[in-house]
Design a protein around this ligand. Structure first.
Ligand code: C2E
Ligand code: MG
Ligand code: MG
Length: 888
């Protein structure tokens, strides 16, 4: 601050001098008498005294003080102590502090400004601190040289104190703002201040933050932060509050909020208040939002409401159900009585039962003679049903089952048991849910039960013997297998086949056969315990299931008992029939774990018993098992045998016994197994029959034979007949019987090139289909040979009936022909009989010249056997044939 020194007339008059310094005896001051003052001092003093601003002049190098009244007043200086004195003497502490400043101003002429300098002042005996703003500037004489320092002062005590107070107030205000912020932040309610019509988040408390996505929200609009609210009412309400200035309050408002844009919306319930904040003119510029998350309460209320509703519904349902039950009860009684059933009503507490008249009638009583107590009813129950029925009733009373239903036998007045069906429900319960009253009906189902039993018997028992049939046998076996598996006990299955039953049946007629079967069934049944199952599977096949067997001796004992029983003569009218039984036995779980395996094993064991000479039992053994497995494997391999060229046809010559010439051949199949080598037809033909592959193999053998017949016929210049075996299984297929004839025709052969060899079994079980097929062969010129004659039923009647051309005596007779009289007699009589019937005879299996000689002597036409040649490959046979033709 620079101040002009105003030129003043000097010496100043009293009027011009400040009051405070008028009385000053200047001569006593360091300045000396006024008259001696230099002009510049006078000007300075005059200027200081003239200034209305508190001013002090520090004159000359000694800095002698000259100040005006205003200066003296504001500093409360004791008059006149300091006037005209040196600063360093009267205010040493000021001097000490200010001296460097004074020196600087005097040397440099710069101005110095002090703001709000504190001074401790003692205006009235006690000290106080006052504040001053001080401006130091150089004072100059006429020549402009610095002759002192001019200081003007302005007291700022009030300002400083005011400022201080403001600051304190501000500090206090700030801390209360902080407090408010803390309260705001810690408040469980959510709060926010939304600025402007866009509702920009200005302040948001922690509770509110929890509702919002985890991103910065301050400065963003509500629509930006929670876009999902756009389609909800919140924004609309905020707009309305902003536009109208009216606050908005709402409770239990559902809100759908997302924590992030892709996240699923969570439904919460809120209580909300929007308070508009207005400026002095009443315009809204912000909205204060206050709210609470009341989801838990809301959900609880909703759940409560739902439970209440459910309860109300349930109560209503009970009322309705009671009413419905009452109506139903009446209708029901009416309906039951009209349908022939009787009604009962049981008061459980008094244990009294009311029965309708019809109930008494069903049991054969008149209404008044009927003992209607529960005990009487219980005593009439069949002992076998009693426990079951009472348990069902008890379960119904205990509400374990909703209603009582039972079919049981009850004794009527005559003492006979009748079947009844009874239904009932508990119609009343006490507060502890104990049954108080039950009502029900009972109807007579005796007739129905008998019909049912009959139907069951029909479905499950063999009509001839009354034994369980195949179906029931399977059920019982399945059950027995499960029980044995559980209890680890022995289960035995016996397969019984009556030996030579078929002959007896054929010989004596079906009626006798039926009687035999009935008697056999009885005899088998008495050999086993009541708990064991004897079943008839059909024909002469029976089975026995022995359960809980302790030792295998027991099984053998039973099997032997059955064999002995069957071996006893059967006296049927005038006839006495002798039978025997072959029994196959298998054990669970020795080789079998399922019903199927047990049946298969027992069947195989039974065949083993038969093969071993009949009238015996045989166990299923590991060898049988292995053979069965081998058959299974071979069946699989056989499937590819034709395609892989593993089947070959060998030919065995048939010789005219009169001249030793080869006149025919028999085609015999061979299988070259890649691992097992050559497999005989006795092994693989039965497998081919079982697996259905016999058809393709048989056709292939036939074609091969036809080709050879053609080739060798051409070489010989005449028809060369080849015999082809055809098993019964080949007759069962639906294939066209003319196919072979057409094939012959196709390659330019006549039917006479082929002889078809069949077995007796085919003729025994002959059917119209088989007969028709045989006649097709005959019609196209093929001949028929009956193979293995003598081993089967050997019935001469077939020979004529089917117009057989050749009879082949089985090799077992030929083998015995030289040593066994009986065999020779049989062979001879076969030959004689065959010739009489117009058939030619071929003897199989001639191995020795003796056999040959005897057969020639008996008049046998042809011979076949190793004596002449084994069956050989086609090429070998061709050679043998040509050599044989060369005349010896
Ligand atoms: P089979 O029709 O009775 O054939 C005669 C069997 O006796 C042949 O056995 C033959 O090799 C054998 N044999 C011939 N002479 C003698 C002899 O002096 N001593 C002995 N011990 N045996 C002799 P193979 O070839 O093993 O055939 C067995 C059976 O297989 C045949 O008996 C026949 O029933 C059947 N079979 C063979 N090939 C076929 C075929 O292609 N189709 C059908 N369905 N069955 C065939
Ligand atoms: Mg044969
Ligand atoms: Mg034979």
């Amino acid at each position: 601050m620079s101040e002009q020194i105003i030129p003043h007339a000097w010496p100043p008059g009293n009027s011009e001098m400040g009051v405070a310094i008028r009385h000053i005896d200047w001569s006593l001051t360091a300045l000396g008498p006024v008259d001696a003052w230099p002009a510049s001092l006078r000007t300075a003093v005059s200027a200081a005294l003239d200034s209305s601003w508190p001013t002090i002049i520090l004159w000359g190098p000694e800095l002698i003080q000259i100040y005006n009244d205003a200066y003296r007043e504001i500093l409360s200086l004791r008059h006149p102590a300091a006037m005209g004195q040196r600063t360093q003497e009267c205010w040493p502490e000021v001097w000490h502090f200010n001296e460097p400043i004074y020196r600087r101003i005097l040397s440099t002429g710069e101005c110095v400004h002090f703001e709000d300098q504190p001074y401790v002042i003692e205006p009235s005996g006690y000290s106080e601190t006052r504040y001053f703003t001080l401006d130091y500037s150089p004072a100059r004489d006429e020549s402009g040289a610095i002759c002192g320092i001019r200081v003007t002062a302005m007291e700022t005590t009030r300002k400083v104190l005011a400022e201080r107070e403001i600051k304190t107030l501000l500090n206090a205000a700030q801390s209360s703002v902080d407090q408010l912020q803390q309260i705001f932040d810690e408040a469980p309610s959510f709060m926010a201040l939304l600025k402007g019509p866009e509702h920009i988040f200005e302040i948001v408390n922690a509770a509110y933050r929890l509702l919002l996505p985890d991103c910065a929200v301050i400065g963003k609009t509500v629509a930006e932060v929670v876009p999902e609210t756009e389609c909800q009412d919140f924004l609309k309400q905020l707009d309305a509050v902003y536009a109208t200035g009216k606050p908005y309050n709402a409770t239990h408002i559902p809100a759908y909020l997302k924590k992030s844009p892709g996240a699923p919306a969570t439904r919460i319930y809120l209580n909300i208040a929007y308070q508009p904040i207005k400026d002095a003119e009443g315009r809204v510029f912000s909205i204060f939002v206050l709210g609470n998350d009341v989801t838990a309460q809301c959900l609880a209320q909703i759940e409560l409401a739902r439970l209440n509703q459910e309860l109300t519904d349930e109560v209503q349902q009970v009322v309705l159900a009671r009413e419905a039950a009452r109506i139903a009860n009446e209708r029901w009684e009416l309906a039951i009585e009209s349908s022939g059933g009787g009604v009962w009503d049981w008061d459980i507490r008094s244990d009294k039962v009311l029965y309708s008249a019809r109930m008494a009638e069903i049991l054969g009583y008149a209404e008044d003679e009927f003992d209607s107590t529960l005990e009487a009813w219980k005593s009439r129950l069949h002992p076998d049903d009693r426990e079951r029925v009472l348990e069902a009733l008890q379960n119904c009373l205990a509400a374990i089952i909703p209603s009582f239903h039972a079919e049981y036998r009850i004794r009527n007045k005559n003492g006979n048991y009748i079947w009844v069906a009874s239904h009932g429900i508990v119609v009343e319960r006490d507060t502890d849910y104990r049954a108080v009253r039950a009502t029900g009906m009972m109807s007579d189902i005796t007739q129905h039960k008998h019909t049912e039993q009959e139907q069951w018997n029909q479905a499950n028992s063999d009509t001839l013997t009354g034994l369980p049939n195949r179906r029931l046998f399977r059920n019982r076996l399945d059950h027995a297998v499960k029980t044995a598996a559980r209890s680890n006990s022995i289960l035995a299955l016996l397969f019984i086949d009556l030996d030579r039953f078929k002959e007896a049946n054929d010989l004596l007629g079906h009626d006798v056969g039926d009687m035999l079967l009935i008697e056999a069934a009885t005899r088998i049944s008495v050999c086993v315990r009541q708990t064991d199952t004897v079943a008839r599977l059909g024909g002469d096949e029976f089975t026995v299931i022995l359960t809980n067997v302790d030792v295998t001796e027991h099984i053998e004992h039973i099997a032997q008992k059955i064999i002995d029983a069957i071996a006893q003569p059967f006296y049927l009218g005038n006839e006495v029939v002798y039978l025997s039984a072959s029994i196959g036995i298998t054990l669970y779980s020795e080789y079998a774990n399922s019903s199927e395996e047990l049946i298969k094993n027992a069947d195989q064991a039974m065949y083993a018993a038969k093969n071993a000479g009949r009238n015996r039992f045989s166990y299923f053994t590991r060898i049988m098992q292995e053979a069965a497995e081998q058959r299974l494997r071979l069946g699989g391999d056989l499937r590819h045998a034709l395609a892989r060229n593993q089947i070959e046809v060998f030919y065995q010559p048939v010789v005219d016994l009169k001249n030793g010439q080869i006149v025919k051949a028999e085609a015999l199949a061979r299988w070259h197994h890649p691992i097992l080598g050559m497999i005989e037809p006795t092994v693989f033909i039965p497998i081919a029959e079982e697996t259905g592959q016999i058809k393709s193999i048989g056709d292939w053998v036939f074609k091969h034979a036809a080709d050879c017949s053609k080739r060798w016929g051409q070489q010989l210049g005449c028809v060369f007949q080849i015999a082809v075996n055809k098993s019964p299984a080949q007759f069962l297929s639906h294939a066209d019987a003319t196919a072979w004839a057409r094939h012959l025709h196709g390659i330019g052969l006549t039917g006479s090139s082929i002889v078809i060899e069949i077995t007796e079994g085919l003729l025994l079980h002959t059917s119209p289909v088989v007969a028709a097929k045989l006649s097709v062969f005959r019609d196209c010129g093929m001949q028929l040979a009956l193979d293995d004659f003598g081993t089967g039923y050997s019935s001469m009647s077939y020979l004529q009936k089917f117009d057989i051309d050749y009879l082949k005596i089985d090799q077992s007779f030929v083998a015995g022909i030289t040593g066994n009289e009986a065999d020779r007699a049989i062979a001879e009589s076969i030959i004689v009989m065959a010739h009489r019937l117009g058939l030619q005879v071929i003897a199989e299996g001639i191995e020795t010249p003796e056999q040959q000689a005897l057969l020639i002597a008996a008049g046998c036409d042809y011979g076949q056997g190793f004596l002449f040649s084994q069956a050989v490959p086609a090429d070998d046979f061709g050679r043998i044939l040509m050599e044989n033709m060369i005349p010896a």
